[in-house]
Ligand binder design. Structure first.
Ligand code: FMN
Length: 419
């Protein structure tokens, strides 16, 4: 009898190929090897990060503000949203490649900006940038990063996130530096007028500036892989890390007493400053930290190209509404502006839910930082591959051949308020 190949066989072969590192069409390949064992989904990186990092650093990354209601709300919002699949649709040629600001990315997600990553991961910003460039997804370099932005550009980063004080000369100088370095997209984060109240940092002894204490030393000694592989290796090879990218010039070292003063008065930043940035910055301009549809309309009128609907991963205002819940209302106000979202995205199904509710793109934070901390750029690529594979599988299960066909009909209206 002639051998026949069913559709399932073909998919199984293609999926087995993907596990062996051959890419599924349009998707990010999964890395294999002993370092990736047990890391089957993005949530696994949290558990591995908890083991690897000193308590104070794990708490800094994983934690949120005050009661952590906003943090929990982000995942809960995805958890309570149900999908409605369509069947008997030919999805065999499906692709998750997504165009954003004129660039064709391999997947509809990127790496959210995260500060002081080089404290958690050896040369963290470089590892994240290299991995993202290798798999063709965007990585947003944080203003609070510890490696000069020019070097991270060399490693492949093209998006820079600024924290700006309400001070026009400082704004102009930083915007010019970012432009001169060659960045294409500027993200202005607007949900941090004052530092957040993160009690877990106080309890664990984590502060900026870092206070060298016995407790800190003990936390390091009991996590030797981090102590030798990240902390001491960084200081021996590159010296004490500085805040490199807050301003046009180099900022203070992480142990400096005047770090907070050096940041400047962010609670004076207003829509007028955004308008000034728009006049000066020629690339794509994105505002991150919008949760109100009225603010989305103001941002659109200010001429931004994109909005990231975000509550900063539950790290700023506690009880801030979850981005997914306000997404439909914001999409309605933001016509012509690319709407993106972050906060609690951990699964391919989360990505599809956000896209079905009108987002064009999503960003993921913590899992990528844990991945970089434990295994550098290889594990970051692995994490991206896992999420991409889930998206690919879920597209077939949802009956969507391309992401543009995702719509509110794919979401059970009883589980989310559709405007
Ligand atoms: C350790 C850490 C540092 C962060 N630093 C910044 C930052 O410098 N700038 C910024 O705009 N957002 C920052 N964020 C927020 C992320 O960009 C993003 O909004 C959030 O992490 C998304 O939620 P998720 O971690 O649940 O995916 C940080 C988040 C974490 C976890």
């Amino acid at each position: 009898m002639a051998a026949t190949t069913t559709i399932e066989d073909a998919r199984a072969q293609s999926s087995a190929g993907a596990l062996g590192a051959a890419p599924v069409a349009g998707a990010v390949p999964v890395q294999t090897g002993k370092d990736t064992r047990g890391l089957l989904s993005l949530n696994d990186f949290d558990r591995a990060g908890r083991r690897f990092l000193p308590r104070m650093l794990y708490g800094f990354v994983a934690g949120g503000a005050e009661t952590e209601a906003a943090l929990r709300g982000n995942q809960a919002s995805f958890g309570s949203c149900s999908l409605v699949p369509r069947v008997l649709v030919d999805t065999s040629g499906r692709s998750q490649a997504t165009t954003l600001f004129g660039h064709r990315y391999a997947a509809p997600f990127g790496i959210a900006p995260m500060g002081v990553t080089a404290l958690c991961a050896y040369r963290g910003d470089l590892a994240l940038a290299q991995a993202a460039a290798a798999v063709n997804i965007p990585m947003v370099l944080s203003a609070s990063s510890l490696i000069p932005l020019e070097q991270v550009w060399q490693a492949g980063a093209r998006w820079f996130q600024a924290y700006l004080p309400g001070d026009l000369p400082r704004i102009a100088a930083l915007v010019d530096r970012v432009a001169d370095a060659g960045f294409e997209t500027l993200v202005l984060t607007v949900d941090i007028p004052v530092p957040a109240n993160r009690e877990n940092n106080v309890r664990n002894g984590f502060s900026v500036p870092l206070e060298p204490t016995f407790r800190l030393a003990w936390d390091g000694i009991t996590h030797p892989s981090w102590l030798f592989g990240t902390a001491l290796r960084t200081v021996l090879r590159h010296g004490m890390p500085h805040f490199e990218n807050m301003d046009a010039g180099r900022g203070p070292p992480i142990l400096a007493r005047d770090v907070v003063r050096a940041v400047g008065p962010r609670d004076r930043l207003t829509w007028e400053h955004l308008a000034a940035i728009r006049r000066r910055w020629r690339g794509s301009l994105v505002v991150k930290g919008i949760l109100s549809s009225s603010d989305a309309a103001l941002a659109r009128n200010a001429g931004v190209d994109g909005i990231i609907v975000s509550n900063h991963g539950g790290r700023q205002l506690d009880y801030a509404i979850s981005p997914l819940r306000v997404l439909p209302a914001i999409v309605e106000q933001a016509k012509g502006v690319a709407v993106m979202i972050d906060g609690g995205v951990r699964r391919g199904t989360d990505v599809l839910k956000a896209l079905a509710l009108g987002a064009e793109f999503v960003f993921v934070g913590r899992p990528f930082l844990f991945a970089a901390a434990i295994g550098g750029d290889t594990l970051v690529r692995h994490a991206a591959g896992l999420l991409s594979q889930e998206i690919d599988r879920d597209m077939a299960l949802m009956g969507v051949p391309d992401l543009a066909s995702l719509a509110s009909q794919h979401i059970a209206s009883s589980t989310v308020s559709l405007s």
